[in-house]
Design a protein around this ligand. Sequence first.
Ligand code: NDP
Length: 330
Amino acid sequence: MPDTFKAILVSRDEDKKQSVAVKDLTEADLMEGDVTVAVEATTVNYKDGLAITGKAPVVRRWPLVPGIDFAGTVTASDHPDWRRGDKVILNGWGVGETHYGAYSERARVKGDWLVPLPEGMSAHDAMAVGTAGYTAMLCVMALERHGIAPDRGPVVVTGAAGGVGSVAVAILSKLGYHVVASTGREAEKAYLTDLGAAEVIARDELTGPVKPLAKERWAGGVDAVGSTTLANVLSMTAYGGAVAACGLAGGMDLPSSVAPFILRGVSLLGIDSVMAPKEVRLEAWRRIATDLDVAKLKALSTTIGFDGILDAARAIVDGKIRGRVVVDME
Ligand code: NDP
């Protein structure tokens, strides 16, 4: 292996002005950890866009290699669970926020953070799912735990043409749900229908004034948007329903009332992927391997190289990325 490898580094000057550059690093530059991984594929998540553009304080250590998830092969390990040659996935745990991340040909992390690449899945496939897709699966699992089965009625997915949304639409439709996909991009209607959406509605239907209770439209949903959108989704959720909230693409606020909770028994299910315990991750990846169609996975992802990361990061915060972006490192 060459002594140096490529990585993206975000830095901050004395005036706290952020800059980003591609650098050559050596393994001595990597942070502490007991497993070193040759990164084969990564992806551009919304959070990575925020980190690279500096639009929100995702980066909490300077300088930093961003990138919150990767798949690759172990090259060295002092951890009992991992050996050289093992295929692994990493999502979250502060990687790409406080620990050097995925936008590097090599990464050194804690072995406890890794999960095995599911049988039959390539590094590329795993990153077509990525943190966005794994989070979508966590949302679906939360809805199921709450008893929101397909026979309970339709489920809504907001930010449907984005990463979390696209995978949620694909998984829910494969599981037999009647999926109502909400998007701000009229042009993506066919894409969403192909992924399995039974209905596609305009984002505007969920961004108007929020009533405490509105007409019941769905049994539950997956929300990647937050703010007024989530408030409207809650007010339109049927008696006893549940909404899994995982994102803030539309804002961090929640201009809601307690009416859906106390008058309709609606539940708001909070979803965090970053610190999710290992057994939950293993279950989510096991379910992804069985409940997500490979053909749909291919349809919802586009592939770029290392050199395309910065442009994709800027595009995702502008809401211009459709589905998932996979970065092939080789
Ligand atoms: P994407 O940018 O791929 O998708 C977000 C989608 O939200 C967009 O494609 C767009 O969908 C919609 N959207 C964007 N801006 C607005 C707006 N102003 N108002 C309404 N809708 C909007 O991001 P990801 O799918 O990767 O992530 C989605 C969210 O989930 C992010 O906030 C991210 O931080 C969060 N997230 C949280 C995780 C967790 O652990 N809780 C893990 C992973 C992601 P459309 O064009 O179809 O309307």
